[in-house]
Design a protein around this ligand. Sequence first.
Ligand code: NAD
Length: 483
Amino acid sequence: MSDITELSNFINGEWRPANCEHWIEDYSPANGAHIARIPCSSSEDIDAAVEAALDAADNWANLSIAERADWLDTIAGALEERAEEVAQLESLDTGKPISLARSVDAARSVANFRFFAEQGREFESEVFEMSDATNRVVYKPVGVAGLITPWNLPLYLLSWKVAPALLMGNTVVAKPSEMTPMTASLLAEVIEDVGLPRGVFNLVHGNGIDAGAPLTSHPDVNLISFTGGTTTGREVAKSASSGFKKLSLELGGKNATIIRADVDIENMIHGIVRASFLNQGQVCLCGSRILIHESIYDTFVEAFLNAVANMVVGDPADEGTELGALISAAHRDKVLSYIDLAEEEGGDILCGGGAPVGIPQAFENGYWVSPTVIDGLAPDSRCSTEEIFGPVVTLHPFSDDEEAIEIANMTDYGLAGSIWTADIEAGSAMAEQIDSGMIWVNCWLHRDLRVPFGGVKNSGVGREGGRWSLGFFSEAINICVKH
Ligand code: NAD
């Protein structure tokens, strides 16, 4: 028992036990070991956190944006000092490779605070002149922001919301995923250490029903920023709508990776494999459907399978590991059930399909699926159109650009995609035909934090990123003065 970390809520600048006697247990995905427990918080804990956030709201809103930007930089600096701890905790809690946790999760969490601090310093509101009047736009805080995040990129996504919410003068109640609570608590420690005013940032651990739902329906919460699954997003939207809360929903995806006939396979294959399997395929942006021009189908598939076979799957703590474990036993079983379904739907499993062969005994109780490539499925089959969110990709031939676009759009999701081609003009033109919020040409997850981020169709509502985040986390008020 002594190795199990017990986490508390952080409300009004204090670590508080939850108003409930139940705990949620947290397991290491790599080996199934019991590593932590969090309080199964209830609506009473949410009420306390919202009250603290409300009490802190006026003083925080009265600071200038430059003063709040300074706070973000202070948090960034303190978080950076603990970056290795962030990476270790994130790898332990999610099962992702330590190299990825260092280069992406820890680094980006710090970068998010720095980026929004910078955005705050550059922020200028608009003035619109008329012949007889001047309009001045003033950006006011929305109020108390409820921030709900998933398990795949825990601190990366939480900091992506906390930083702009605080910058624009809101106070925050955060509810991270119950499956990956560790780094949210570390962020609260950092925030306590730097002395952010009490109540400006509050953290409530717990599950979606008992803690998430009371946050989304709370009458004193004015804004909800939610990242998670589409089914949950629908519930969040219903709950938030009756109070007319500002709402941003970043939801699931089923993204197409389009390989045109002129692609330079040798130079691009590494990027295409990364787009397929980064974080064990548990990135909402991962390309889980690869559409390949029929003239290069066999050559591409051979190169792809060779590259996948060379991926190092194993101990997440090992520096050389490229793929780790899936988040939970339940999620692994869901992914495996889709592989079974693929076989029922007529697919051929070209590689993978189950736990990696030869995984060391120490990891036998972990939640492993080796990278899986499936051929021969109809593009409108369930496995080709539903989000699996694991290390599974399906392959589909196409005969021309029109057919590739048709297949790419053959899903209810519309988050992201990528196109790989030597013809930049044709690739860019094709990108505009795809019903997705974000398309990369000859790259994937190449992020500029200033650009809009979000999905269309069932992948979400609204945009975050750069000035879109600043707009979402504030209320634009127009003041018109007659000359
Ligand atoms: P999830 O929807 O199960 O949970 C997300 C969060 O919502 C968790 O904190 C959970 O406790 C909370 N929650 C659950 N039910 C709730 C309710 N009724 N009310 C309020 N909160 C509730 O998602 P997940 O399994 O944690 O994450 C995986 C999903 O997230 C995938 O679908 C993935 O595509 C998506 N995702 C999207 C993006 C994006 O930017 N579009 C980024 C990362 C992940």
